[in-house]
Design a protein around this ligand. Sequence first.
Ligand code: HEC
Length: 163
Amino acid sequence: MWFDRHDPMEKRWPVRGFRLAAPGRGPIGPLWFGAGLCLALVTGRTHAGDSASGVYSEPQALRGEALYVQHCVACHGTHLEGSPAAALTGPAFRARWEDGTHTLDDLYYIVRTLMPNTAPGSLSKAEYADVVAYILRVNGYPVGAADLVPKGAIMKPVVLQPH
Ligand code: HEC
């Protein structure tokens, strides 16, 4: 089957391979940091270099859990341990997604366009965002005040990385 092929990961999945430029280093570095911090305080979001901190709400993750049980559990397991399909938590997930080159938008894109494997695109965008919120919660990303809105402008700056 297509997913059994031993192609390099980036070829297996249509993940758009962009990487965010780090904020400028050097003498103006602290300025960037300050600006990022202010932005984080104002918007409740972290600046580009940080992991997905507080980008979804608890009610959203709960909705996502119900959707996960309905649409994903058969292939990815009760605890997202991945049986028979890929694990969505643990070492495999960290190695695959938290390598510093993947954003929340990449993860969302894969889920929205390819999952469930047997019925891609069968959920609404908001439902896919809910499921992704649940995946984030299981992976220990902190809960925030507001729902994750499935918009590129919001998800692209969020780099998935160890936290
Ligand atoms: C019919 C089985 C099936 C269902 C249902 C299913 N998936 Fe998958 N999923 C797969 C397969 C097969 C892959 C390809 C990778 C692999 O071999 O597991 C995959 C891959 C993924 C990946 C990428 C994993 C990685 O590390 O590359 C994510 C994320 C994912 N699925 C999320 C979901 C979510 C969320 C749902 C529910 C909305 C879902 N899947 C439903 C079979 C399924």
